[in-house]
Design a protein around this ligand. Sequence first.
Ligand code: PLP
Length: 369
Amino acid sequence: MIYLDNGATSFRKPPEVKAAVRRAMDTCANPGRGGYGAAMEAANTVFRCRERAGELFGCDPEQVVFTSNCTHGLNIAIRSLVKPGSRVVISGFEHNAVTRPLYALDAKVKIAGRRLFDPEDTLEAFEKALKQGADAAVFTHVSNVFGYILPVEEMGELCRRAGIPFIIDAAQSAGSLPVNLSSSGAAFIAMPGHKGLLGPQGTGILLCAGEAQPLLYGGTGNASISQRMPEDLPERLEAGTLNVPGIAGLEAGLKYLQRCAPGSIAAREQTQAKRCTEGLRKLGMDVYWGDHQAGTVSFRCGLDCEEAAQRLAKQGIAVRAGIHCAPTAHESAGTLDTGTIRISYGHDAGPEQTARILRAVEKLPRWKR
Ligand code: PLP
């Protein structure tokens, strides 16, 4: 199979990730629940991952909170900053993991910046929206549908100048683009462990600089007598038993990334995405490509997107089709009625994958305007 659905999850994890999961299952009990060897091994495993994530993402280990996915982290962050009726500015490219929690809180949401691959438009609209009054802002680093890399540093700077706390959704960037909690000035940065960080499904990280409110209440292994959640991080946000094998695998994924030359994964993904775009255009497909694009490409052909993806699957190509949980992004790009077929490269991006998908797409009907 040619796997090009890394935007959903990375699938070909490095062998050391699998080995670490297996080792943890053999050696780890429950962290923070006892002083015997297997409990201590679990606690050390979890702490190693916190330390490594802190090194990679510019924060202290205590600011690294383990979650079960990026959605979980975004929910904690949003619940911490947004109250019912709060005014929240978001970008025009958000995932449902951002918009649904805001909707559930009855927040007054303002969407700013709808033009694809146009950071100037994004910044202008964002600044204008902030000036109209906002209690918080939430924005994605990279659009999961189109691969558009938003100017998050400048967006963060605008928020800081206006004194507005903000959350970055790094679901599609962590592991390939630089993400740093302290230099970003973000209150929270949420990321999955299972996509670019190459950990197992069921893992995620929330980096916390802001005052955080628990989403779940329950056992933390310490301060057992108190009926309140501990004040300190990370325990405040980590109720219940952690996914220790997952965190062990995640730590191995982070270690793998630390060994790669900075920027090399993004460069590999972007090179193939660009080549793929050129090939798709030659085949008469309707392709979304621009400057400031990561290793994700959306396109349409002369077939319903779901059917096209099915046909590609029969040829051994794994891609995703449809709305990709991001109706806001499709509204911005004008593709809400059809959806798109999404090709998302991962750490193993290479020319063979591009050649294979182009050969398979050649057999699909062309897009007619
Ligand atoms: N945000 C973006 C931009 C995403 O692409 C995704 C998943 O695809 C999420 C949030 C949610 O991530 P998870 O599936 O880890 O909850």
